[in-house]
Each structure stands twice: as C-alpha cells, then as structure tokens.
Write a new protein. Structure first.
Length: 502
C-alpha cells in the first residue's frame, strides 16, 4: 500500500486532501493535533507511535525523528534500500505533507514569552521536509496548502510528475531556509555578521521593472519591517517598480517631520517639500516650490489627508498619494481619478539597515538616521545666524540627506525652493538650485551634503542672494570658503558630518 505522512500546524485544506488520498488507497500516518483533526472528520489514520513503536516524548518535541519514518522517506526504491528498511521494520513513504509551527507569528507577538517563542521553533517538521525534498525523484513533498489541489488532481491521473515534484522540493527547501533565517534573526545577529541570509516573501509580480523590457517583482522583508510593503492601496492601478522606489523615498522624508508635512518626489529626489500648521498649507508650499516638476510626481503626507488638501491635489496630475489615512470626503474627491494610486500608510522612521546591490554582492550599512548632532554644530563665520536662519538651516540639513549627491538644497520659511541633485560637481548643483529658486533665493538657507572644495560655490550662492549655509566642513580649503562667506556677509555652520547619498 502507498503511504503518506501528514503533520501540519495549519490545518487549511488538510481534511480534503486526506480524503482524496484515502480514496486513492493511501495509508495516512499522522501525529498529535493533525491525527485528532483527521479522525474527528471520519478519516482512518495510523498514529505515528504505531509505526515507530515509541510514544511521543518530551511534550511532543520528539515524535517523527525515527529510522522507520526517515528511512521510509529517504529510501530509494532499490533492493538494497528496501532490504535495509525492512530490517528496521519500516516501509516506503510516498508523500510528505508538513507545515511548521508558527514561529514567525509568535516571535512578533509582544505578549509572547521567550519560552513560548522557543517552543515554536519546529525541529521535526523541517527535517521531514528536507528529507522528502532531497528524495523528490520518488517522494512528493507538500509544504504549502495552496498546492494540495494540484497534487490531488495529478494523483488521480496516476502519479505526480517529476516536474511538479521538483518544483515542490525547491519550494520546501525555500520554506525551511526562510524559516531558519527568521529564527537566526530573532535569536541574535551582530550588525554585520560573517554570514547572513535575508528572509523575503514575494508580495507579487510587477508590470515591469525600471523599464518595460525588464521583468520585476516586489518582495517584503520578514519579519515585517513596515514600509510600502505593508501599505493598504485604496484606489488606482497596480504599483510599478519606480512607483514603489520613489514612494518609499517620499514616505521616508515625510515621516522625518513632526509638523504637518507634504513631500513631492520625482526620480527619488524631492522636487517640493513644505511644512506648515495645516496639511493644505504644507501642500501649497510643496507645490509652489516647483510647480513644473510635481507634474506626474509622487506625494507623501504625514497627516490624515482632508478634503481641502484633496481638492488642491486633484488639480494636478499625480501618480501616487501616500497618507496615514484619508477622510471620506477626500477619498470621494480623489477616487474620481481611477488611475491615481492612494496608499494608506502611517509615518515611520527607518531604523533598519541600508543595502545596495552590486554585481556579485551586497553593500550593507547602518541607516542614516542622524539629522543634527548639537555637540558638533559650529558657527565658523563672523556673523551668527538669526533665529529665522537657524530654522531654515536645520530644515535644509534635514532635507539634504534625502537628495542624491552631489546635493544642494535651498530652503526658506519651511519650504524647499531649490534642488541641485546628482551632479558630478558641486558648483553645478549650486547653480541648478539657485536657478530653480530664482528670486526666492534671496535670504534663503543653503544645505550641502558634503564640504565645499572651492570658494566658487560661495560666490555662486552669494550672487543668488543666499544668506546662510550649512555644510559638514572638513575641506583643506575651509579657510578660503569661510573667508568668502565673511566677504559676502553670509553666515555658515559646520555640522562635522556629511550626508552622501549615492
């Protein structure tokens, strides 16, 4: 008789599968809770202890780890293996149906004790899955209830195909690797361990990658870290690769402000950013900072989006709006645009690691969570900043770390008015930012993500009307730069650290 072992925590679909197997003349072997579920549903089941001649011990910690079970799974259908298996009182097992204790859910439960979490580390289950997956040329392994129906249909035609068995084996190994990664991360991991794995779960296929000729998919990090992978989409067509990448940048920027804030992003750089007492005022500032580039952009807010803000936003073509929530009236207004993606996502500062993929490897660093370190700030010019200039300088320094290097931002009155991003020399970034700001540059604060290598940057800023500068300092020509500021009555602050973003 053909045999199947079924031992699952998630009982979804297991009764229906077992009934199909019985109808196909399989003997069902089972354990603990699964055995009770199947017998309660009138299915004839052989208890595992009747196979092993040993009881479950250690509160169920040991029940399937036995030569008759693993021999039955790992044996090839060849005379030598059959003889050895017979000698220990075993026989072949053809199908293994296993899913694991819910370590992921329990480890993320704030009320779970350390002992509870340890008890939800499955030992026998991964061993069964790996054994069956290793011997998939003969054995069918099922680790996901969504595969039950397909396998049952194949069995009705005679046997599960070698192609399907191989796919299921790969899925089982992927499942146990993911499971072990979650356990490793929970128990302990230094910031940069000598070896590491990353647990990722695919949320779905994308229409394409950065360009239509590139395939793409979106994976969520586990344990769930938050972010766009957890956003609730309330309207609009599916998200693209670029939508997700730019949306994350916009959301992180908006999350970094305490006051009502609206950020507009284009190609992962801010093209507009405003902070005000109300969200609609913040949006107007973001819009007026660059009313051209915001077209087709992505918006993120750190407050519930109300109807007055929705009315203002509805006048412009936007790809995405991200907010902690939307009032019913705001939703009514914005849903009139069927393609406009509306994402519900609460603000959250990213405290995790930052990864960058390179050919053949991954660069990994701590997230850049620092804005200003008060102990390192130093006014280096003759003139001290005024109270308003201090506000603008701090505002500029908070924003510049989100702009691609070489990065220059111009800010005034809680508004981003000029951006120079991703240039190969800093002077070009200064010129781009002042050109965008135009007359608004008069009296503005300038933020630079890294030091000024030459005084020509100061000359360009001064000619546009900039009156305050914040930058890291540390150039061999700092004195020349400071002298140039003094000549133009510009106040300048050194932060002592840079904000490169490649």
């Amino acid at each position: 008789m053909k045999r199947a072992i079924i031992s699952v925590f998630d009982k979804v679909g297991v009764v229906e599968l077992a009934k199909e197997l019985v109808s196909l003349e399989y003997e069902i072997i089972s354990t603990g809770g699964t055995h009770r579920t199947l017998t309660d549903n009138g299915i004839e089941v052989t208890y595992i202890s009747d196979i092993t001649d040993f009881p479950e011990i250690l509160d169920g910690r040991v029940k399937t780890l036995h030569p008759r079970i693993h021999g039955g799974i790992l044996a090839k259908n060849i005379p030598e293996h059959i003889e050895q298996l017979t000698q220990v009182g075993g026989s072949l097992i053809d199908i293994v149906v296993v899913n694991l204790y819910p370590f992921e859910a329990v480890s993320q439960d704030p009320s779970a004790s350390f002992d509870d979490i340890l008890e939800n580390i499955d030992i026998g289950g991964p061993t069964l899955l790996r054994a069956a997956a290793k011997n998939h040329p003969r054995v069918t392994v099922l680790s996901d209830p969504s595969d039950y129906a397909e396998v049952a249909e194949e069995l009705k035609t005679g046997a599960v195909s070698s192609r399907v068995r191989r796919i299921l084996a790969a899925k089982a190994f992927s499942h146990t690797a993911y499971y072990d990664t979650l356990i490793t991360e929970y128990l302990h991991k230094p910031t940069f361990p000598p070896k590491m794995t990353i647990a990722l779960e695919k949320t779905g296929e994308l229409r394409y990658g950065e360009n239509p000729h590139q395939a793409g998919a979106f994976y969520r990090q586990s344990p769930i870290k938050g972010g766009l992978a957890t956003a609730e989409q309330l309207n609009g067509k599916e998200l693209s690769f670029n939508n997700i990448y730019d949306g994350d940048g916009a959301w992180q920027m908006a999350s970094s402000f305490q006051q009502p804030c609206v950020v507009a992003v284009k190609h992962n750089n801010p093209c507009g950013l405003g902070v005000a007492d109300t969200l609609v005022e913040a949006y107007q500032k973001a819009y007026e900072g660059d009313p051209v580039s915001i077209f087709g952009g992505i918006i993120a807010c750190n407050r519930i989006l109300d109807d007055s803000t929705a009315k203002a936003m509805s006048k412009v073509f936007l790809e995405i709006i991200i907010a902690p929530d939307f009032t019913p009236d705001a939703l009514d207004i914005l849903k009139k645009k069927p393609n406009l993606r509306l994402l519900k996502l609460a603000p959250m500062l990213n405290q995790g690691e930052d990864w960058k993929k390179v050919t053949g490897g991954v660069l990994m660093q701590e997230g850049n969570t620092v804005d200003v370190i008060e102990k390192t700030i130093k006014v280096v010019t003759n003139r001290q900043p005024s109270e308003d200039e201090w506000k603008d300088l701090r505002f500029a320094w908070k924003i510049v770390k989100y702009v691609k290097s070489n990065a220059i931002v111009l800010c005034k009155d809680n508004q981003l008015i000029g951006v120079g991003a991703g240039q190969m020399n800093r002077l070009q970034s200064v010129k781009l930012s002042t050109e965008q700001a135009g007359a608004k540059a008069t009296g503005a604060a300038l933020g630079s993500d890294a030091f000024f290598p030459f005084a020509d940057n100061i000359e360009a800023a001064a000619s546009a009307g900039v009156t305050a500068i914040i930058q890291p300092g540390g150039s061999v020509r700092d004195k020349e730069v400071i002298d140039a500021c003094d000549q133009h009555n510009i106040t300048m602050v050194f932060t002592g650290f840079r904000h490169f973003r490649h």
